[in-house]
Design a protein around this ligand. Sequence first.
Ligand SMILES: *Cc1c(COP(=O)(O)O)cnc(C)c1O
Length: 423
Amino acid sequence: MAPDRPPSVDRLARSLADTGLPHPLLVDAARQAVADGDPASVEERARDLAESMGRHLLTGVVNATGVLLHTNLGRAPWGAAIDDTRYSTLEFDLSTGDRGSRQDRAPALLARACGAEAAIVVNNCASAVLLVLAALAEGRGVVVSRGELVEIGGGFRIPDVMAQSGARLIEVGTTNRTRLGDFASAVAGDDAALILNVHRSNYRIEGFTESVGVSELADLGLPVVADIGSGLLDVACPWLADGPPPWLADEPAARQTLEAGADLVTFSGDKLLGGPQAGVIAGRADLVAACAAHPLARALRPGSLILHALQDLALAYLRRDGDAIPFWRMATLTVDDLRYRAAAIAPDLVADTMAVPGGGTLPGVEIPSVGLRLPGNHAAALRAGTPPVIARVADQTTLLDLRTVHPNDDAVLGAALDRLGVR
Ligand SMILES: *Cc1c(COP(=O)(O)O)cnc(C)c1O
């Protein structure tokens, strides 16, 4: 009698074709299953492996956490409407037929939207800061308050970025108090090239504190660079019909920081700007040009997908159409609207919740919201659905916050609740 042999890897892989994965990945799954499975369970193991491979791929999820800018879920949702049957005018000037610059559409529109003379776009705000320091202060000093030598998260530490740029850090003041005089003596006594002001995006210093604002720093005779981080374009939020929401409070904005005297501002594309991952350097045209001319600019430049997405976003801001920007649309939904939707999904489960901006912005800020509350921890079961639903769990209670869920996905939540047997 023939021994009980495992099926051939190739046959096993072909039997998994209905998972939709390409053959080489199915071969990997089949091989792994054969290597560590007992022959009887090998088909089942191969199917499980193939399925987990499929779930490992990047995919869209329903964010029901109430965290508007969820760092693990790609921060802001924003995509480019691109026709990939055509080419792009990325570096092409349609009027002359000559070579153009990739930096003269989205960056120029963003500059227009925040009142800057000029702007360029790089990969993220960390690269923006790196490029500014390398282009404007390599081999020279940059004056920073000790209260702003921050770690933003993901290993972005101002002293480390400074070292990478080739600029020399000149620390002034103390952790809790820095005065104008501290800056003035550093500016007078050293080969300082720049003053760097860093927004404390993700923490607060309270109590016996003192710090120096951009407008005072601007009088010291050196260029002032303000890393505002979040990408709020204008404190007046002209793209919102009802003006700025109260929770924005003291968040610095690009326009007002430049008006206060900053020569450059740097900010992220995917925090309060609500766009794709990108970093923007905006301000004085000569300084922006110096950044663009530095060799690092070539290494840090974004591609056409990002620039196209940012162009659409900048146009939405210039049209003052906050509803077209998912981050702002979700952030400003009324609690009544959310309660109405929650009641339509599952009236018995409606609960008041608190959403948060997230993404390392606005620490401590909560935005009143409404969701569905279910006893028990259902996070894994909800993640296993198609599309996956990402919930918030605390104290053996599962919360689905509707503020971060697109209304089109309310039906997805309803179906998920049915599967859990709680509706
Ligand atoms: C978030 C942040 C950064 C880093 O931005 P990324 O776009 O994530 O690289 C830099 N500086 C400040 C002040 C920030 O808040």
